[in-house]
Design a protein around this ligand. Sequence first.
Ligand code: 5GP
Length: 247
Amino acid sequence: MKPAAAHGLLLSSLCLALCCRGGARGSPTSDSHEWKKLIMVHHWPVTVCKEVEKDCRDPPDYWTIHGLWPDRAEECNGSWPFHFEEIKDLLPEMKVYWPDVIHPLNHSHFWKHEWEKHGTCAAQLDALNSQKKYFGGSLGLYEKLELNSILQKLGIKPSLNYYQISDIKDALASMYGVVPKVQCLPPKQGEEVQTIGQIELCFTKDLRLRNCTEPGELGESGRAWGPGLEVCEDGPAFYPPPPQSTR
Ligand code: 5GP
């Protein structure tokens, strides 16, 4: 299938994916928490472990969900606490696709954090206005985006050889039809290159794919989304294999 056709198909199925999940609750909007785009943040578990300098025993060998984040808004409703009960039907998928990579024995603290920091802002949208809809909708977007199989198809696999960041961005842009954002850990002392950590794909408020940065818009160079992660510099980058396959 040509990329443009794949893009059209993707858009309609992404909307469908959101419409079919979750139950509703009133919208907790606040004018001081305005945002324009939603960012679907995928992270590479091997890099998450490296970032926090934790020797994770068995990190997933696929891209998992970090979160679904509105831009420019955080912690929009402190009086809407996380209730695990509301998403317990989603537990099997959550554990696989949205695990706490750092604390794999207790995921719910991470989910609580994501809900309170980002979900309460995303919940301004009718399609995401409950915990079940926010987490279920995020899972739906993740499944429809199929980042893991798209990277596979593009031949972009963890490797001891380096990739050019522009090659990865261009390849993803041709598949999705929009400009993604790729975040890296800058090289630590003694390292030659940056390490790929996050791939972000962005959505409009009506849940259509859009560019993460518009042509001519300045990238958010230097802006850290997590400790140590920054927009990747153009140039070579390491996409680290999971520990067992580095042998
Ligand atoms: P945010 O707080 O905006 O959701 O994301 C940034 C934070 O998430 C950073 O502090 C980063 O270390 C943390 N983080 C990234 N991945 C994980 C994870 O899998 N589990 C936990 N507990 N924290 C994570």
